[in-house]
Design a protein around this ligand. Structure first.
Ligand SMILES: [Ca+2]
Ligand SMILES: [Ca+2]
Ligand SMILES: [Ca+2]
Length: 607
């Protein structure tokens, strides 16, 4: 079950600038000095410069040299042994104009500068969760976990707002008493946006109280106007895998089961939370528009009694259970239309056929409204078990080894999926993400996975499917390039460029190699090429907080939304835990950060 708790992972690529919609400047490197782009007048500047090491030289930043008086800031360098790419984040604050900033490096490696760009304002906003709300959730060394975050205009005043659900986490569930099943604290917090990119906590204005209890941990959420009153609503897939010990066997009841939670409008600007039975270990949720124009909210869970998926429909502003959906065992399920504007839907779902054997199942609804599993895609029909050892974790286990796309892996799971509209009137394509650990090309018994555990190099590969003759078919080369080993497993399929073609947005996962954190947690956009493939926009052009500002960015997530409603999309980064372990050179030390969000305000339209 721990497999269902958060994993993370993430992306890179070439980016040609052929549009004049924005300006950018190129850094230069000469005689050991790196000249960064001109700073803006009187602004804070946050940007990245990306250098590619031509040989195997190490780049070490020795000092900031040649910087005019008034410079304040920091330079953080990281060395990536895998790709030979170095990201340098620089941040300066001050009153003066800086023609150039030069960084002196300790030796003179051959560098090739890829790009440097300013798509975003120097101005950004950090939102700290007020202590009174966070302390409701986090006590002592228990961190506040934040996984589901939504950007909606909840009060319809024309300004987008932020809805965050925090829940308490435990440092080590095994340290809890055997029968401890909660409660674990949680709190829904609504940040209303005022004019001028300012936010205030408005939970009480919207919900009548500052403390809103969803009775568990939220895993995923879906946004929609479920009761059709014009106000946006949010449905949360809830469970109690929030530090409570799974003490009892599932046959005696599921201590991690929770009610579904729906933040639903009352039609007059106020909201309520509907907590709906039955309880389940809900893990994902998606919506589907019915032929009558209702919205079905379909939850799934690895429920142990093989019961059908739980679904609700709001009729006359009241949630009613909807029957007829199939048993969905998985962490992920996604609806898609067979044909646009037609209501005969298909559904893709991860299916666990035995303990470790995962396939993707295709379900289709017949005319009578019954769902049938019409196809399964098997990632490796000939897969077999291989012995995995892990010195550090003192484990010798048999795991099923999968070989897919020429790569051996184990621990395969599909935690996320979505459907993408390949063209405005085109086919709808399923995208699933394979989460796994990599294995060597040549499998021998007793494969030692110590490096995987230490370096947390999980593999997160996107795979695209179309449905042809009622069969799932992999679309090769749907992604022109993936950095699958550092993908996040949190992503969304939406039209983010306004051209009617759906794009995919995810973010690079920060990760550690040899205990050294790699600050790769930038948002990554896979732009629809309008020719049946997605092109990765190099995430290295995207701004991101530095590690010292945002230590918990190992689990950083990002949203790409127009937060201030000026027509230009902005980036919102958030850490899914206020607690992080940072290697200080000797040991991993725990840090807390009060910062909940960083918002980088878009300055020039990227697309
Ligand atoms: Ca608003
Ligand atoms: Ca509504
Ligand atoms: Ca904006």
């Amino acid at each position: 079950m721990g497999m269902y708790i958060m994993k993370l992972f993430s992306i890179l690529g070439a980016f040609m600038f052929c549009s004049a919609a924005y300006s950018y400047e190129i850094a230069t490197y000469e005689n050991g000095l790196l000249n960064l782009p001109t700073f803006k007048l009187g602004q804070q500047v946050y940007t990245d410069v990306v250098l590619e090491l031509v040989d195997n030289d190490l780049l070490r930043i020795k000092s900031i040299g040649g910087v005019k008086k008034g410079f304040k800031g920091e330079v953080v360098s990281r060395y990536d042994k895998i790709s030979k790419v170095v990201n340098i984040d620089y941040m300066a604050t001050g009153e003066n104009t800086y023609k150039n900033v030069e960084l002196q490096v300790s030796k003179g490696p051959k560098l090739k500068i890829i790009n440097s760009i300013e798509l975003f304002d120097g101005e950004r906003t950090a939102i700290n969760t007020p202590e009174k709300y966070l302390s409701v959730v986090a006590e002592g060394d228990i961190g506040a976990t934040l996984i589901t975050l939504s950007v909606i205009d909840i009060n319809l005043d024309g300004m987008n707002d932020i809805v965050a659900h925090y829940w308490g986490d435990q440092p080590d569930p095994d340290s809890l008493p055997d029968i401890y099943t909660g409660p674990v604290k949680n709190n829904l917090v609504i940040y209303l946006q005022d004019e001028g990119r300012k936010f205030h906590v408005g939970t009480k204005e919207v919900l009548g109280s500052d403390y809103i209890d969803l009775e568990g941990a939220s895993r995923k959420r879906v946004i929609g106007d479920f009761n059709l009153d014009g106000y946006p609503d949010i449905a949360y897939a809830m469970n109690k895998e929030d530090g409570r010990k799974l003490a009892r066997p599932s046959a005696e009841g599921e201590p991690w089961a929770a009610k579904a939670a729906i933040l639903i409008s009352n039609g007059d600007g106020s909201y309520r939370v509907d907590l709906l039975s039955p309880e389940n270990f809900y893990h994902s949720v998606d919506t589907r528009i019915t032929s009558e124009g209702y919205i079905d909210i379909v939850f799934n869970s690895p429920n142990f009694d093989n019961s059908p998926a739980v679904a609700y429909r709001y009729i006359n502003n009241k949630a009613e259970l909807v029957k007829g959906y199939p048993y969905l065992s998985s962490a992920s399920n996604t609806f898609k239309k067979v044909v646009q504007n037609d209501y005969s839907d298909q559904l893709i779902s991860e299916m666990t056929l035995d303990d470790q054997y995962q396939v993707v199942g295709l379900f289709q609804e017949d005319d009578a409204g019954n769902w049938e599993n019409i196809d399964q895609f098997d990632f490796n029909a000939d897969s077999d078990y291989t012995k995995i050892t892990c010195d550090e974790c003192d484990v010798v286990e048999e795991w099923r080894a999968y070989r897919f796309n020429g790569v051996n892996r184990y621990g395969l799971a599909i935690f996320e999926s979505c459907s993408i509209l390949s063209a405005p009137d085109g086919e709808n394509i399923f995208i699933v993400q394979l989460s796994s650990y990599l294995l060597p090309e040549q499998l021998t018994d007793g494969v030692n996975v110590i490096d995987h555990w230490h370096n947390q190099r999980e593999d997160e590969e996107f795979v695209a499917f179309r449905v042809k003759d009622s069969r799932l078919e992999v679309i090769p080369d749907f992604f022109d390039k993936q950095d699958r080993d550092i993908h996040s497993y949190w992503f969304s399929c939406e039209d983010k460029t306004g051209d009617g073609y759906d794009d995919l947005v995810t973010q690079n996962r920060a990760y550690s190699t040899d205990y050294e954190y790699q600050n790769r947690g930038a948002i990554t956009i896979y732009k629809n090429n309008q020719n049946g493939s997605l092109k990765r926009i190099d995430p290295r052009i995207m701004p991101k907080p530095t590690l010292s500002e945002f230590p918990s960015n190992f689990y950083r997530r990002a949203l790409y939304e127009d937060l201030d409603n000026d027509g230009i999309r902005d980036i919102l980064y958030f850490a899914d835990n206020s607690r992080a372990w940072v290697f200080d050179g000797n040991q991993n030390v725990q840090q807390h950060t009060p910062v909940s969000f960083f918002i980088y305000w878009g300055k020039n339209q990227m697309f």
